[in-house]
Design a protein around this ligand. Sequence first.
Ligand code: ADE
Length: 232
Amino acid sequence: MKVAILGAMPEEIEPLLSALRERGVSVEAVEHANNKFYAAKLNGHDLVIAYSKIGKVNSALTATVMIEKFGARALIFTGVAGALKRGIKIGEILYATSLVQHDLDITAFGHPHGFVPGSKISVQTDARLNSIAQSVAEQLGITLKSGVIASGDQFVSGEERKSWIERMFDASAVEMEGASVAQVCDALGVPFCVLRAISDEAGHKAEFDFDEFMVKSAQTSANFVLKMIERL
Ligand code: ADE
């Protein structure tokens, strides 16, 4: 089966590409749609790996290309997120049970916040992929958290917006790509999951924590996803 591994930023997929090259796996880059898609083979699975660049449109485009052009039949998102709920700490890994678009607002027409026209508010992730994530966490002896992930075209760095998103969607973490990828995968019938390691707490001065912890957290998530591939 061909599996897509998608990140948003170079730092989120470079640890994967280096790990593959270190194992002697050949990694070939193909250019398409103003982006690079890396093809490799691991554990009998063909992989297509890319970073989309930040934001919901970039990630929707990249997920669509991975599925429609490169033939991915499952998709794993790896990257970092800001924590919304108390008790979720920088460096911890969380998988999305479902994803919502916190900035999609047609409430003026009587729809609830986050309602996606022609669709629904939240998209659920794949139970099988999530259970593989749980077994990897057990194998590594680490705590794997889970919850709703809220996505929007906004870096959240303030208490007011942070607590609004948390309350409105009962969300555990916030980022800028997962829910658009979820919508694409849902529409195209491709099972997917979203793994995120926490880089900041999305509140006052989150940008400083992000700058300090993003690379390490991105690596934590990428290493975890590599272990998942070994169990697919
Ligand atoms: N990704 C990581 N931290 C984030 C934040 N605070 N807001 C949006 N996306 C993020």
